[in-house]
Ligand binder design. Sequence first.
Ligand code: 13P
Length: 249
Amino acid sequence: MRKKIIAGNWKMNMTPTEAVNLVNTLKPLVNNEEVDVVFCVPAIDIIPAMEAAKGTNIHIGAENMYFEESGAYTGEISPKMLEDAGVKYVVIGHSERREYFAETDETVNKKVLKALEHGITPIICCGESLTQREQGITIDWIRQQIKIAFLNVTADQAKTTVIAYEPIWAIGTGKTATTEQAEEVCAAIRACIGEIYDEATAEAIRIQYGGSVNAGNAAELFAQPDIDGGLVGGASLKPDFGKIVCYNQ
Ligand code: 13P
């Protein structure tokens, strides 16, 4: 049985002071032994959020990192820095990074390899646009994203990673994919991992759904056989996140 993983993606929200307050507010609400709970926060919030989360079940993750160890890359955060800070998860290739910061499947692959090298679990994002869905090329598109993201990743490494399927048209729009749509793509992603590697790797890898997840739809989404949790944007900044994490209680 795969353990569910429910992660908040705070995006560019919360000052360090606000971050500490939010962790303190959510702390008592996200206590669910059956779920890995991750808050992916802005880089400047990582240290204070970790301090605030000490002694709880909350893991603090990053929202991005660069694929070099150090050097002349003004403004970037390296995997070495995240590792030293004790960060165990990092979101890689979110559609907003692809859209606004020119990330590609190739840079995603480089980042995935680097994160793994540093013992950090990448949460690898994929997802189609509305046009792609309407043109019926969703599965082809996602398979391409996955195949490139996992280039040179070993089966043992792949087993430890997390994939987040986030249809772009469902992000921040209040328009959730139907349970059937989400399950169909998550199952296709698992099949693709099975083709690249083997059955055992496909069974081990955890696949999240993301895109307008809220307290009302979480339980049904997470009950699907190929959906192992969620990557939650807007609702992760509110006490409602507690209801999402405790979807089975
Ligand atoms: P929303 O939950 O706000 O739709 O955002 C989803 C997302 O992009 C999480 O990474």
